[in-house]
Design a protein around this ligand. Structure first.
Ligand code: TXE
Length: 508
């Protein structure tokens, strides 16, 4: 064991007492249980290879039990019939507990995902904010009243919880993404079955512990650990489930739509992106370069909002690329447990290979690798790291410009006219986010209005607020999360028409 391993094991021991690794079980009907099969799977830190968790491996029996528990909890009203005020109080208690346990949650988030510890702490803080925001929304649920339909008619539109929601989450922001879904569903009065990614089970399990401590009734939230097959898949077909909320790859999102169509479930999808930023000649190039570097290296590029494509006016392309390359050299890549680190490890060996294959193909197709373009070694760590990479001379037809690389790899394309910039930006199957850099408000607004994206940033990148909805168009998803629309996803609409008085006959 090297020094890093010892530090890591020491950190885990401090957190878990005598255990070296986190033992994660399913949460079904308020009880922590081993899987029905008794099988388990393990997770090793992507930064140094040390084992961090052992988890119950879910199967059909576990999913069945979890869905039945959620179904019963929903149908008997133990949560759905609580007032908005009571729901809000519980969500706020959960937020306080997340704040209390921030260090511990962040440590496991870092150990399993490879993201920097300082970033993990900020994400856990942001997640607590989402629980509070959802709590506030729980008290705002209301419908509509119609008083102008005639003197003998009064009508109401009620908003009611959708029911049982399957939530399937990915590995890139495990705690933050479950916090973009679960508190909003709970605020609406729904019950849930949650499956975290098989690569990052632990912090969702910790969340389950906090929900229990906060006093959430048994069965309202159930957690099943395991893989897409069979656990995730069964969660999308089970007749006891009313809705699926998924964040992950577009390919899996499409499979979920197909699978859930047999029982016509409501589906909410937050999928991939190939997010462009157009940089015009009048942009502040220093500011743009700084934000572009943040946008591409944040979370090692393993981010749906990664700013992986820049489209820059040809006259400033060379200058901007030089600024980005210079900044890339200064970004602290390395040990995720070092508080100074800004970019950590790559999630898995297969993923590292996928990232590299895009760079290799771009180089072969004539693009220029300005910096990086290969795996890097970090002193004392056996894990997987990929160097900050900038590829120029990219053309819109190359896979590196069209597909989600999901790594610290920036593609630089060029344009001559505003129309061309917008055409290149929109020439994508994805439509998650986009950005424009210009000092001219008219240029910015024209780009904003013509960009095919769920979010458009002007002269900034990847700001985010609980108050603002987040979702994609085209193959980036269906529906949206956060903001006041975040809770709407988990509400159904019921129309009530009330005949007043007995003065008129209905038909004959
Ligand atoms: O995603 P998957 P993977 C993109 C990114 C990445 C690629 C593959 O480009 O390189 O997806 O990542 C569960 N039914 N994003 O393979 O498979 C799975 O267990 C139901 C973008 O990790 O989509 C996990 O819990 N569930 C993204 C979750 O789906 C299934 C974040 C996500 O895994 C399933 C992550 C099935 N048939 C990857 N198959 C973003 N939008 O931020 C798998 N799962």
């Amino acid at each position: 064991m090297n020094q890093h391993d010892l530090t890591l094991v020491g950190a885990i021991k401090r957190e878990t007492g005598s255990q070296d690794v986190f033992v994660a079980r399913h949460l079904i009907d308020g009880v922590w249980v081993d899987g029905a099969s008794g099988e388990t799977f393990t997770r090793h830190s992507p930064a140094c290879g040390t084992q961090t968790a052992i988890a119950a491996k879910g199967n059909e029996t576990d999913v069945e039990a979890a869905v039945q528990a959620a179904r019963l909890a929903f149908d008997d009203g133990r949560w759905s019939q609580k007032s908005g005020r009571e729901r809000a109080q519980l969500l706020s208690r959960v937020a306080d507990l997340i704040d209390r346990d921030r260090e511990r949650i962040a440590l496991y988030e870092t150990l399993e995902s490879g993201k920097p510890i300082s970033q993990a702490k900020a994400e856990i803080e942001g997640a607590a904010d989402l629980w509070r925001h959802a709590g506030a929304l729980a008290r705002m649920i209301h419908g509509d009243a119609h008083n102008a339909l005639g003197t003998d008619m009064l009508a109401m539109v009620l908003k009611e919880p959708v029911g049982v929601v399957s939530m399937i989450t990915p590995w890139n922001f495990p705690f933050l993404i479950v916090s973009q879904k679960l508190p909003y569903a709970l605020a609406a009065g729904c019950c849930a079955v949650v499956k975290p990614s098989e690569l990052t089970s632990v912090t969702t399990v910790i969340l389950g512990e906090l929900l229990q401590e906060a006093g959430l009734p048994a069965g309202v939230v159930n957690i099943v650990l395991g893989y897409g097959q069979p656990v995730g898949s069964l969660m999308t077909t089970h007749p006891g489930v009313d809705m699926v909320s998924f964040t992950g790859s577009t390919a899996t999102g499409k499979a979920i739509v197909a699978a859930s169509s047999q029982t016509l479930k409501k589906v909410s999808l937050e999928l991939g992106g190939k997010n462009p930023q157009a940089v015009f000649v009048d942009a502040d190039l220093d500011q743009a370069a700084d934000a572009i570097v943040f946008g591409i290296y944040f979370n090692a590029g393993e981010c749906c909002n990664s700013g992986s494509r820049i489209i820059v006016h040809h006259s400033v392309a060379e200058t901007l690329t030089a600024k980005i390359v210079a900044l890339s050299k200064r970004v602290p890549f390395g040990d995720p447990l070092d508080p100074a680190t800004k970019v950590g490890a790559i999630i898995s060996a297969e993923h590292q290979q996928k990232i590299d294959s895009y760079v290799v193909a771009a180089r072969a197709a004539g693009a220029t690798v300005e910096i990086g373009g290969s795996a890097i070694d970090i002193d004392g760590l056996e894990g997987r790291f990929y160097g900050p990479t900038v590829v120029s001379g990219v053309t819109p037809d190359m896979p590196i410009a069209r597909e989600e690389v999901f790594g610290p790899v920036l593609s630089v394309l060029t344009f001559d006219t505003l129309d061309e910039a917008i055409e290149i930006a929109n020439d994508s199957a994805y439509g998650l986010s986009a950005g424009v850099w210009s000092d001219n408000i008219h240029t910015c607004l024209e780009f904003v209005r013509r960009a095919e994206a769920g979010t458009v940033w002007t002269n900034t990148w990847m700001d985010g607020f609980a108050e603002l909805p987040f979702g994609g168009v085209k193959e980036s998803g269906l529906g949206c999360e956060l903001g006041r629309f975040g809770i709407e996803e988990y509400l159904e609409t019921k129309t009530v028409q009330m005949r007043i008085g007995k003065t008129r006959q209905m038909w004959v």
